[in-house]
Structure formats: C-alpha cells, structure tokens
Design a protein around this ligand. Sequence first.
Ligand code: COA
Length: 166
Amino acid sequence: MNRFHIRTAHWPQDADATRALRRQVFVIEQGIDPALEWTNDDDQFRSVLALDVAGHPIGTGRIKVETGTATIGRMAVLHPNRSRGVGGAILSRLIEIGKAEGANKFELSAQVAAINFYQRHGFEAFGDVYLDAGIEHRKMIRTEKRGQAIQPSARPSANRNKTKQA
Ligand SMILES: CC(C)(COP(=O)(O)OP(=O)(O)OC[C@H]1O[C@@H](n2cnc3c(N)ncnc32)[C@H](O)[C@@H]1OP(=O)(O)O)[C@@H](O)C(=O)NCCC(=O)NCCS
C-alpha cells in the first residue's frame, strides 16, 4: 500500500521537480503568492524527495543545520498521496540528516492545521499563533535531550521571512 521511497534531492538537478511540488501544494492548493514561495535559498538547504513506484515526485521537504539547531521547512506532499505516511517518512529522513550534521534541536514554523502531524514526530508547539503568508502558524521545536526545557527565542530563522510561510 505505502509504496514510495525517499531520496536526497540534488541541487540544481532536482530543482524543477521540487519547485513543481511546492507550486502545486503551496501556490495552487493553498493560494500562496508565488513571489513569497521562491526564495532562491535552496542551495543552503539539504532537500529530500519522495517518489512513487513509477518514480514520480510526490513529496518534498528541506533542512538546514546551523550550530546544532536545524530548521525544517517546505514540507509538502501532493494531495492524493497524503495520509499514507509519506510526510512522516520525509520528516524522519530530514531529522536523520540533521542529526548526522550535528543537530540536537529541530525547529519549524508549522501551519496550525499540521500541528498534530508534527506532534506525532516529537515536536512541541510554543508561543502565539501568527500569520505567515496569510496562514496561521505556530513555532514548533523538537529537542533530542529529554526532560530539558528549551525556550524558543524567536521564529525559526531559516523559514520564510515575515511575509512567508514554512
Ligand atoms: C503536512 C503534510 C506534509 C503531511 O503529509 P502526509 O503524507 O499526509 O503525512 P502522514 O501521512 O505521515 O501523516 C498524516 C497525518 O498528519 C496529520 N495532518 C497533516 N496535515 C494535516 C492537515 N492539514 N489537517 C489535519 N491533519 C493533518 C493528520 O493527523 C494525518 O493523519 P490522518 O491521515 O490519520 O488524518 C501534508 O498534509 C501536506 O503537504 N499538507 C499541505 C502543505 C502543508 O501544510 N505543509 C506543512 C507546512 S508547516
């Protein structure tokens, strides 16, 4: 049933496939202004692609690690492929990549509708709801050190800017 696999995306070779996924999910489905979507900073991130059995891209996400803190963003799975564990597998792979690069703290800016998805993967929501690209978001954090409270400083720095969403 859940037949897909996750692989590392290579930049710029996978740029078109990755951007097509984001365009479908964020611009067409969610109505986000394309000017807010294309930030030209993908070369600073590690990205992954989920592919179906035919090799078609069905999902993506990205991560950047800076001094032990990883920022995850641009999580997107094509609508017909949701609720099959694809998003969870993408998130797990990104966390693996982050850990391999020394991250012990993972941050993201979650659309409020997706908070329970991230909670299932060990993230906790902090702070107030804020609008980003017209969509309600909350900051979420996962730390690898159990029992140690970590206070978020501000919104995740490497997600979209004040006018953009995760
Ligand atoms: C968030 C997203 C990447 C999850 O991908 P997925 O392949 O469906 O994830 P999984 O199958 O691993 O997990 C699905 C679970 O996540 C939760 N979930 C995810 N997005 C949700 C949403 N918008 N509303 C309600 N629940 C949601 C549900 O609990 C769902 O479980 P269910 O199918 O039993 O109801 C996908 O829904 C998506 O692309 N959404 C649109 C873009 C988006 O919101 N990206 C996140 C920005 S922070």
